[in-house]
Design a protein around this ligand. Structure first.
Ligand code: NAP
Length: 321
């Protein structure tokens, strides 16, 4: 099969399309014919070799994907050949024509969700669901600021929060992104490239502040986020690319808290909740992954450049084998 192989850590140019043996599922494993693979910022961090979780070289990247079950190993009961699935991590990497996974790493993909959309389910929606339900313990009637709402995790957060009954504020850095965030359910949108946006957010809350901030770029925004919080407010750090200075008194005066997590550490119980919640939302139409760009698998290097652009996010970038 064709697969992207990384033989050494480095820039986007180390992503090479190669011919590799098609894996065979052993007991408890399944082989998925990948129709689309999701590109996530974490794939680029690992590619550089500077990330907490690094696979041994050589490896095929990708934790997100969607396709059809090709074959199953002994003892597999959850799925059968022909079933449509989305993948949540894999044994062999999803940037390929086929991906080998554990039975527990595939989930049914409803008919109303395309394969390209399915490639943007696990990491974006899993992260957003965990942030809102488990970390923020969000309640209907609260106000959430999705800070960086135009990308994969942001759009998922907007849709989930809206379905939970929160008042949803979302930020983006381009007119196109702002329009998308509004379309996908934000009650109000703010341009994070415009210095006045923090004042506008405070004004929109009547001076009270937001109950929850989901933060995609904490190294830039965390200090300011604390000043946007209501009493007992919570910032959930989802993304960060460096250091930041905060004023602890902003937390003290609000009895506020900062929570942070990585999706890789999801417990089994949390994973059951996450996938059940996502499945219900995909089925009933409240969760609709947005695909911004479909790129041929051979151009994975370009996809890595695009996903790390400073601004201009528009839903998910997916690779098509
Ligand atoms: P993405 O699709 O590339 O989206 C990036 C988002 O950040 C866009 O909405 C972008 O808005 C926004 N942004 C850019 N500059 C910003 C600023 N100054 N302030 C606020 N937002 C800004 O990435 P993603 O997949 O949604 O992931 C978002 C972040 O979360 C990444 O850093 C990723 O590594 C991290 N992440 C963490 C976990 C975890 O387990 N903790 C899981 C998934 C993702 P514009 O382009 O419109 O400016």
């Amino acid at each position: 099969m064709k697969a992207i192989l990384i033989r050494q850590f480095g820039g986007p140019e180390v992503l090479k399309l190669e011919d590799v043996p098609t894996p065979k599922p052993a007991g408890g494993q399944v082989l998925v014919k990948i129709h689309a693979a999701g590109v996530n910022p974490a794939d680029t961090y690992a590619r550089t070799g500077n990330y907490a979780v690094l696979p041994p070289l050589p490896y095929t990247p990708g934790a997100d994907g969607a396709g059809v079950i090709d074959s199953v190993g002994d003892g597999v009961k959850k799925v059968k050949p022909g079933d449509r699935v989305y993948v949540a991590k894999s044994l062999s990497g999803t940037y390929a024509e086929y991906a080998l996974t554990l039975e527990s790493q595939v989930y049914r993909l409803p008919e109303n969700i395309s394969f390209a959309q399915g490639a943007g389910v696990f990491i974006p929606y899993g992260t957003a669901y965990h942030a809102l339900h488990h970390q923020a313990k969000a309640r209907g009637g609260e106000t959430v600021l999705v800070h960086g709402a135009s990308g994969g995790v942001g759009i998922a957060s907007v849709q989930i929060a809206r379905a939970m009954g929160l008042t949803v504020f979302g930020t983006a850095g381009t007119a196109k992104g702002l329009e998308l965030v509004k379309r996908e359910g934000a009650h109000q949108t703010f341009d994070h490239s415009n210095a006045a946006y923090k004042d506008e957010i405070m004004k929109a809350t009547g001076g009270r502040g937001a109950d929850i901030v989901l933060e995609m770029l904490a190294n830039v925004n965390l200090g300011a986020d604390l000043k946007l919080l209501a009493q007992y407010g919570r910032v959930i750090v989802i993304g960060s690319r460096g250091d930041v200075t905060i004023t602890p008194r902003d937390l003290m005066s609000r009895r506020a808290a900062v929570h942070a997590f990585t999706l890789w550490a999801l417990t089994d119980a949390e994973a059951i909740d996450v996938h059940a919640g996502i499945n219900a939302g995909l089925e009933n139409g409240t969760l609709r992954p947005v695909v911004g760009a479909e790129i041929p698998l051979k151009d994975a290097a370009q996809a890595h450049i695009d996903v790390m652009k400073a601004s201009g996010a528009f839903g998910k970038i997916v690779l098509i084998p």
